[in-house]
Write a protein that binds this ligand. Structure first.
Ligand SMILES: C[S@@+](CC[C@H](N)C(=O)[O-])C[C@H]1O[C@@H](n2cnc3c(N)ncnc32)[C@H](O)[C@@H]1O
Length: 348
């Protein structure tokens, strides 16, 4: 077997394609090209950009395989560009904003600070830590997370037998995008969406649009204090990796305290391989560095999860296989970890 290799020089220039694609998406290039092929001048007129600069951007996008230059000098979008349109179901633009937008860009420029100190760098570039944002920043964050959830949800639904539950509590469930997918697929379920007030505010519209609003109880609160009781399953998707072990342990203990003896906790997030290898579980390993930089949290190995859950009175029963994704290496390494409450003697 040959080891996949990437050239050092290509890695160092990785930010060029990222910004070219993000900028084109934000300008609406792919939305305009979805209507019909256009010349650079037409596109510049539609996006309000400089015509010569637009042609230069389009050439770069051609090089990246997202548009194709035609014989008449116009440009057409390729099928690969479809997720870069705004407002479509599988649009990845909101996720791109989280990683390539102004603030994210400045924050990644401070990675050396995080590596030197072991501390997050988000507040150096933005003046605020994670979840200390204004309403607009929270909206950008939740839109990005919703885009991520929409990509992962079909694989999660294929992997988890949600039909065995009656009530699901999504802890840190954001705007309800995940619950919308689960409840749509399982008409017999109802749910509790638990998050900060700023998240729950956005959930009304999302759940209503999915036609599941009447099956979801919205509860605001702080998962460090307590989470709602009465669930057959508790979901924690992309929550624990935001926090260090002490904080994540408190969240798990709050879940444990709310769980009945038969309830299960489903942790859905990237799991680090015990040993890093070229391109293995790419998303998990990259997300770990992203958490170091942004929140001060961390991704964890299965061993790390075992220790963390046991200390909170939870037994890690099942470590599911990687959910995998044909869409992106960034979605690789996601697993479902199923836990049950231990009684005081360490048994269920
Ligand atoms: C990384 S997001 C994950 C959101 C969602 N589960 C998903 O995967 O799209 C973390 C979530 O934790 C919520 N959160 C942060 N601090 C919280 C707290 N103290 N109590 C309850 N929820 C909190 C955030 O509002 C956010 O929705």
């Amino acid at each position: 077997m040959t080891t996949p290799r990437t050239s050092a020089l290509d890695l160092l220039f990785g930010h060029l394609p990222a910004q070219i694609v993000h900028t084109a998406g934000e300008l609406g290039v792919f939305d305009h090209l979805a209507e019909r092929p256009r010349t650079g001048a037409e596109l510049a007129g539609a996006t309000g950009a400089d015509p010569v600069a637009t042609v230069r951007l389009l050439r770069a996008l051609s090089c990246l395989g997202l548009v194709r230059e035609r014989d008449d000098g116009s440009f057409a979008a390729t099928p690969e560009a479809a997720p870069l349109r705004a407002g479509t179901d599988g649009s990845v633009l909101p996720l791109g904003r989280l990683f390539c937008g102004d603030e994210a860009w400045r924050t990644w420029g401070n990675l050396a600070h995080s590596v030197r100190t072991g501390r997050p760098a988000l507040s150096l570039s933005t003046g605020k830590g994670a979840f200390e944002w204004d309403a607009g920043e929270f909206a950008t964050f939740y839109a990005g997370m919703a885009a991520h959830t929409r990509l992962l949800a079909p694989r999660l639904l294929a992997r988890v037998d949600f039909a065995r539950f009656g009530t699901i509590v999504d802890v840190g469930g954001a705007d309800g995008t995940l619950l919308s997918a689960v409840l749509t697929a399982h008409p017999g379920l109802d749910a509790v969406l638990f998050d900060l007030p700023v998240a729950i505010g956005g959930a009304e519209a999302v759940l209503t649009a999915a036609g599941v609003r009447d099956r979801v109880r919205l509860v605001t609160g702080d998962f460090y204090r307590s989470v709602p009781e009465g669930g057959d399953a508790y979901l924690l998707k992309n929550v624990l990796y935001d926090w260090d072990d002490e904080q994540a342990g408190r969240i798990l203990r709050a879940c444990r305290a709310a769980m009945g003896p038969e309830a299960v906790l489903l942790i859905v997030e990237p799991v680090l391989p015990e040993r890093a290898e070229p391109m293995r579980d790419f998303g998990a390993v990259m997300n770990d560095v992203s958490m170091l930089l942004n929140t001060g949290g961390q991704a964890r190995t299965e061993t790390g999860f075992r220790a963390l859950t046991a200390a909170a009175g939870l037994r890690l029963d099942v470590v599911g296989p990687c959910l995998g994704s044909p869409d992106s290496r960034m979605l690789q390494g996601y697993r479902v970890l199923e836990c049950s409450p231990m009684n005081d003697g360490g048994q269920r």
